[in-house]
Design a protein around this ligand. Structure first.
Ligand code: CP
Length: 306
């Protein structure tokens, strides 16, 4: 049974096909409005979410399907001690496809092994967030028209930011990619990502703690929130939370066609004064997330029926 747990579960060609489907959905929504009639998506969210859960749900509704699920662990039998495997087996009796978010790294993989229906990782701890990456890739495609020859600044919490880890994996399969890693010392990109992904694929990167120094070289600036829920103590979070705040003055040396991205939610790291700047793409990412999740649901349900 085909699932999506890690962005590398899909080949570059498969991701491009998903992007093409998403673009066709954008142009011809009516063509897709009955494609999932009679099908059910289960959204199993053991951690809070606004965009991922609700975009999956609106994606399924716009495909003519239905949705069941829960939005917090406490309203499921996980609160009584039920395992992820048993939950996945149970939901396989009720639904056709699962989208699961869980605070524990690897939980969606455990679910996929137990389930008899496709499982989509909707974010697992500080590990991966492949469907955010699909939304990011659709946004880059629509804004830049290419995935090669891009300099991407990743700014903020590169240690716990799961969207960053998945995006690095995805973009490391293209040519001419350069990453500028902008973070405080304590929130640097984990060495396993540097060695296993960047070094292994011969991807150029540098670490530069100064956003002001780095910004002029960037085609894409990917801002991230400091992930409070992953910290072991509040003091460290409070010390680091405002390490980077993108304000209009910081864009002084930025390229005219810079794309400013953020997976959201934002806290303080992008001033609302940036929202009207034509380079701001973060609410476009939100909308693109719905279209690419529609394409993903279609693909996995079609494969499950084969
Ligand atoms: N980008 C993202 O995962 O947002 P939510 O936590 O609101 O789903």
């Amino acid at each position: 049974m085909r699932s999506l747990i890690d962005i590398l579960d899909f080949s570059v060609e498969e991701i491009h096909a998903l992007i093409n489907t998403a673009c066709d959905i954008i142009d011809n929504p009516k063509k897709y409005s009955e494609k999932c009639r009679g099908k059910k998506l289960a959204t199993l969210f053991f951690e809070p979410s606004t965009r991922t859960r609700l975009s999956f749900e609106s994606a399924m509704y716009e495909l003519g399907g239905n949705v069941i699920g829960f939005s917090e662990a406490n309203s499921s039998s996980a609160a009584k001690g039920e395992s992820v495997s048993d939950t996945a087996k149970t939901i396989s009796c009720y639904a056709d496809i699962i989208a699961m978010r869980h605070p524990k790294e690897g939980a969606p993989l455990v679910a996929a092994k137990a389930a008899s229906i496709p499982v989509i990782n909707a974010g697992d701890g500080g590990h991966n967030h492949p469907t955010q990456t699909l939304a990011d890739l659709l946004t880059i495609h629509r804004e830049k028209g290419r995935f090669n020859n891009l300099t991407i600044g990743l700014c903020g919490d590169l240690k716990f930011g799961r969207t960053v880890h998945s995006l690095i994996n995805a973009l490391s399969r293209y040519k001419g990619i350069k990453f500028v890693l902008i973070s405080p010392d304590e929130l640097k990109l984990p060495s396993y990502v540097k060695h296993d992904v960047l070094d292994k694929n011969g991807i150029e990167y540098c670490e530069n703690p100064s956003l002001e120094d780095a910004i002029g070289d960037l085609d894409i600036l990917y801002m991230t929130r400091v992930q409070r829920e992953r910290f072991f103590n509040e003091e460290d979070y409070l010390r680091l939370k405002d390490s980077y705040i993108l304000e209009p003055s910081k864009l002084k040396n930025a390229k005219g066609d810079l794309s400013i991205m953020h997976p959201l939610p934002r806290v303080n790291e992008i001033s609302v004064a940036i929202d009207d700047d034509p380079r701001a793409c973060y609410f476009k990412q939100v909308l693109n997330g719905k279209y690419i999740r529609m394409a993903l649901i279609l693909k996995l349900l079609e494969e499950a029926e084969k």
